[in-house]
Design a protein around this ligand. Structure first.
Ligand code: SAM
Ligand code: SF4
Length: 441
């Protein structure tokens, strides 16, 4: 028997990249590659990259620089670059980085097996097309791969919204939804492999409009309700949503579909209408606040999360203050905030930037408020009873950890046999990044 070839995958960026990395590892698994935990142990290294902010893209080049000595030691080592930097800068990567053998975009990685044949012939391979075919339908699967109790499932990809700061429509391409029947089949397969919770993924996931089992077009609410019928699947989440695609039936599902978890990531980006307009967001601060009210009317205990960009070109102190006002009014359980990063090829990159020191200062002020809101939300959980899906052992001996329905990390003293199960827990203490609880019978 020949020894299995070893694959090391590093994933940068969003959950969709995590999902894509799993699919690429499965595709290469079907070609005899097994995954290892270090680049040193690998015959093939795949870096699945993110292009959303400049820093994220720079990481690729510094990591490639760091791989040079390893490549000198192991000249047969193959190095591949996948993801959104590969899509945006594929040819430049090939030119600047001779150690890179393969460049593959987010929409062509089902062609990896073919590309690997080229590598075996000693050639380099680049494929950053936007093909017609659905890559997921053409991916070889490795069904032996073990699964934990939670999984991602990409239901929609790409984006047609063209927010003026964002590269996603250029790197991921146009919005495409996968057929519901196929998603239901994949969900059933995941459940058979031990998955209890599925997070539906899409750059604009609530814009989902896939072909339904009945031949009609289904929105995300229809899909969620159909998934809720899958026996053994206990929890459904989805991310990331756009406020303009939050339809009535999806809001209603938050109120009456038990398996849909009470946590929602709904980015607003800014609280200033002037900036929202310049961002091409097509919603206002007021319409967002009214939307949140409707969602909370359907599910009062819902924990809300969001994304914010500070220092967008033209942002004044008054605009920034409007963002702080919106945060104070809405109240977030968790949130991500970023300093604006000019991305080549996007309309906002043409505009004069805000003074970087000013942007840094605003980011710190916003993060202080968001951290305080997060802390208060966590503290508010103390004394409450939640249901935790246990995923793994905790850091301390005898401890196990998982997530509550509100996506809070929760640790308890408990037996390993509960891993993969959902159990009732009373929260006894809020720590900075997690909650401590005790099992209740
Ligand atoms: N589609 C989602 C939406 O519209 O909310 C988000 C997609 S993006 C991968 C995740 C977040 O990155 C965005 O919500 C935004 O806050 C942030 N982001 C995107 N482009 C950025 C840029 N040029 N500079 C700073 N942050 C950015
Ligand atoms: Fe980017 Fe999201 Fe805007 Fe699409 S909706 S352009 S992914 S920020």
């Amino acid at each position: 028997m020949t020894e299995a070839k070893k694959l090391f995958v590093k994933t940068y960026g969003c959950q969709m990249n995590v999902y894509d990395s799993e699919r690429m590892a499965e595709a290469l698994g079907a070609q005899g590659y097994e995954q290892v935990d270090t680049p040193e142990a690998a015959d093939m290294i795949l870096l699945n990259t993110c292009h959303i902010r400049e820093k994220a893209a720079e990481k690729l080049y510094s990591d490639l620089g760091r791989l040079k000595p390893l490549h000198e030691e192991k000249p047969d080592l193959k190095i591949g670059v996948a993801g959104c930097v590969a899509q945006a800068e594929g040819e430049e990567i090939m030119r600047r980085m001779p150690i890179v053998d393969l460049v593959v975009g987010p929409q062509t990685y089902h062609r990896l097996p073919k590309m690997m044949e080229a590598l075996d012939r000693g050639e380099r391979a680049l494929d950053t097309d936007f093909p017609e075919e659905d890559k997921f339908a053409h991916l070889p699967k490795d069904r032996r791969a073990k699964r934990g109790p939670t999984a991602f499932l990409t239901v929609q990809e790409g984006c047609d919204k063209f927010c003026s700061f964002c590269v996603v429509p250029y790197t991921r391409g146009a919005e495409v939804s996968r057929p519901a029947e196929r998603l239901l089949r994949e969900a059933r397969e995941l459940v058979e492999r031990g998955v209890r919770e599925i997070t539906l993924l899409g750059q604009n996931v609530n814009g989902y409009h896939g072909l339904g089992a009945d031949g009609a077009e289904w929105g995300l609410a229809r899909l969620v309700r159909a998934l809720a019928e899958v026996e053994g699947l206990e929890r459904i989440r989805y991310t990331t949503s756009h406020p303009n695609d939050m339809e009535d039936d999806l809001i209603a599902a938050h109120g009456d579909c038990d398996k849909l978890m009470p946590y929602l990531h709904l980015p607003v980006q800014s609280g200033s209408d002037r900036i929202l307009k310049a961002m091409n967001r097509k919603h206002t601060a007021e319409s967002y606040i009214r939307l949140i009210e409707r969602i909370r009317a359907a599910r009062p205990d819902l924990v809300l999360s969001g994304d914010f960009i500070v220092g967008f070109p033209g942002e004044t102190e008054a605009d920034f203050q409007a963002t702080l006002d919106l945060v104070a009014e809405v109240g977030y359980g968790s949130a991500y905030s970023f300093k604006y990063s000019a991305r080549p090829g996007t309309p906002a990159a043409e505009r004069a930037p805000v003074d970087p020191a000013e942007a840094d200062d605003r980011l710190q002020r916003l993060q202080a408020v968001l951290t305080e809101q997060q802390r208060a939300t966590q503290a508010g959980m103390v004394g409450r009873r939640v249901r935790v899906l246990f995923e793994k052992q905790g850091r301390e001996p005898g401890q196990i950890g998982g997530k509550s329905e509100y996506l809070h990390a929760v640790h308890v003293d408990g037996p390993d046999r509960l891993i993969g199960e959902i159990a009732a827990v009373e929260i006894v203490e809020a720590r900075p990044n997690s909650l401590l609880g005790r099992l209740v019978s």
